[in-house]
Design a protein around this ligand. Structure first.
Ligand SMILES: Cc1ncc(COP(=O)(O)O)c(C=O)c1O
Length: 327
């Protein structure tokens, strides 16, 4: 049995949130946390303006609300909220064909040239299906040329030390969830950052602002984001290197996705050998991972301290012994 721990907010974040919740702090102090969290978001993304909000989906809703339809999204490997929120706002979406979630920049350019509609924005997650980095910089250049905003959902990539993801230089707008379990793992909240003030000036933002307790957590967790990101991405790289049939073997990611003829059965088989408080196995096909029969092992949901070589080797050993149903 492999013993792992499910990721929780860091002890410092939990303490900071408890301190604010216990009411021992002044009103002024509590509200100063909102601007402090926003300053830190600006520092990490590089945008001029930021707002902390009560969830990742709220951030997406605020952005979709102010932009004209239609929106472009990947045909798989995006976030289901892109589809659901556009539906609520009654705005049209167009699905861009991908290679298992990845938008090929040269194909994208041709696709835009042939398109009859004039989209206002492309919504992508930094990692297609949390498993493979999008070519964000290249997509940004194409979007910029065509007067389309690139909106990057950085829930899985906050703190990328390589600065390829979650970086204002290659995204007009960055949105993220700081809910559970994300890289910035507060259990609640999210943010929007951009250089365009008008997006954050809309009245809607007042209704979805994050509370001071969430902000206290975000402040602590943001400080740890680069370290958490590195640990998760390195663990995933090690696992991918040692698994032949993993999807997107050579791309950075925060989970591993393996083909499976019988995802439910395989999830059950793996779960029997892993002792962890909550679920880390997701079955596919599903829009927010991969549109094929597969199982996703959510390495991002595991406490980074547990991602030792010893534990990763145990996972590799388990996967090779179990002989998952191969495609
Ligand atoms: C990539 C991504 N974006 C947005 C969200 C929505 O975030 P929230 O639950 O904070 O609304 C999620 C939630 O899992 C997500 O995985």
């Amino acid at each position: 049995m492999i013993k792992l721990k499910f990721r929780r907010p860091s002890p410092a974040a939990r303490k900071a949130m408890c301190d604010v919740a216990s009411n021992s702090k002044t009103y002024l102090y509590k509200y100063s946390l909102i601007s402090k969290a926003e300053e830190l978001v600006k520092k990490i993304t590089g945008h001029k303006y930021a707002r902390v909000v009560n969830s990742g989906d709220s951030a997406i809703m605020a952005v979709m609300n102010i932009l004209e339809e239609p929106f472009l999204i990947p045909d798989e490997g995006g976030w289901k909220g892109f589809i659901e929120i556009a539906k609520i706002l009654n705005k049209k979406i167009l699905k861009v064909p991908t290679n298992l979630g990845i938008i090929d920049p040269s194909f994208f350019e041709e696709y835009l040239d042939k398109l009859n509609d004039k989209p206002s924005a492309l919504f992508v997650t930094s990692f297609a299906g949390y498993t493979a980095e999008q070519p964000i910089k290249k997509l940004y250049k194409i979007c910029d040329k065509h007067d389309i905003l690139l909106v990057e959902d950085s829930s899985g990539s906050i703190g990328d030390p390589k600065r390829k993801l979650c970086n204002a230089s290659h995204s007009h707008i960055i949105v993220a969830s700081t809910g559970s379990p994300k890289i910035v793992n507060v259990g609640n909240g999210g943010f929007i950052s951009t250089n365009d003030k008008k997006i954050l000036k809309q009245y809607l933002i007042r209704m979805i602002r994050a509370d001071p307790i969430t902000c206290a957590g975000i402040i602590e967790e943001l400080k740890r984001a680069p370290d958490v990101f590195d640990k998760v991405v390195n663990a995933v790289a090690y696992l991918k290197k040692n698994i032949d049939n993993v999807f997107h073997k050579n791309k950075r990611g925060v989970n591993i996705i393996l083909p499976s003829d019988n995802p439910k059965k395989d999830r059950f088989k793996i779960k029997k050998h892993i002792n962890i408080e909550k679920n880390i196995i997701v079955t596919c096909p599903r829009y927010e991972r991969i549109n094929k029969k597969a199982i996703s092992i959510e390495i991002k949901n595991i406490e980074p301290k547990c991602l030792s070589k010893e534990n990763l080797d145990k996972i590799l050993d388990l996967l090779s012994k179990l002989q998952l149903s191969k495609e």
